[in-house]
Design a protein around this ligand. Structure first.
Ligand SMILES: [Zn+2]
Ligand SMILES: [Zn+2]
Length: 235
């Protein structure tokens, strides 16, 4: 009854076409579901990006062996559809997409992620000033939705953004690394977990996840994984 009323007052919008979803109880239009750019095999065994050569196991980035995180997965490729969807989620006030993304992450990547035996989901933090401006941290919303469905706690109180960084997408690989240097810090100095999963919206070069993983490992984590909504394309 209460859910019905909320549904009437605030009809759920589709994370692809952004129209009101006609099918009751659904999070996405039936037709839009067919347009979702799921990651297909073969994909990189480490970062989960789709690969274009059957014989390879790793993307070029991961083959060079410089990542700090252990493994990561995302259900979707970051194409134009997902770019629009995630941008409405972050900047257009469509917080309800978090539950859709969390369900897709678990449906597509949950089985692998369960093998990681993580003790906590840790959202990539925003700088307090950016968080204030946006009103929420999208990674934190996602971590909470994942937590609800798995029972693994979401902990937004261990990793903090202490430096205002520039928007990563405008920067090349070297600039990204420099931009992120000193960006994160651990609140209490040491971490109460050994295995954690970082949560972010998009994985592209991995510089953000790597820098956060480096700090978490300094704090005592031995395995840092990630789950995202989307990954860029591999090569
Ligand atoms: Zn739709
Ligand atoms: Zn990779």
């Amino acid at each position: 009854m209460k859910a019905d009323l909320i549904g009437l007052l605030f009809p759920r919008r589709c994370p692809v076409c952004h129209d009101v979803v006609e099918d009751r109880g659904e999070r996405i239009c039936r037709i839009c579901r067919l347009r979702l750019p799921y990651v297909r095999e073969p994909s990189c065994r480490k970062c989960g990006k789709p690969l274009y050569a059957e014989e390879k196991e790793y993307c070029r980035d991961c083959a060079s062996g410089k990542h700090v995180f252990r493994q990561g997965r995302a259900p979707f490729v970051y194409d134009e559809i997902m770019r629009r969807s995630v941008s409405r989620f972050k900047y257009g006030g469509r917080r309800e997409y978090a539950s859709f993304y969390a369900e897709e992450i678990l449906r597509k990547c949950g089985r692998e992620a369960a093998l990681w035996k993580a003790e906590a989901f840790i959202p990539i933090p925003l700088h307090p000033s950016r968080r204030r401006k946006r009103g929420f941290n999208q990674a934190e919303l996602l971590a909470r939705e994942l937590s609800k469905r798995t029972g693994i706690p979401a902990d937004a109180g261990v990793l903090f953004r202490v430096k205002k960084t520039r928007v990563q997408k405008e920067l090349n690989r070297e600039e990204r690394a420099a931009n992120l240097k000193g960006a994160f810090s651990l609140g209490k100095g040491t971490l109460p977990y050994k295995k954690v999963i970082l949560i972010d919206d998009i994985y592209t070069t991995g510089s953000t996840v790597d820098e956060a993983a480096r700090i978490l490992r300094e704090g005592g984590a031995d395995s840092v994984y990630f789950l995202c909504i989307c990954v860029g394309r591999g090569n």
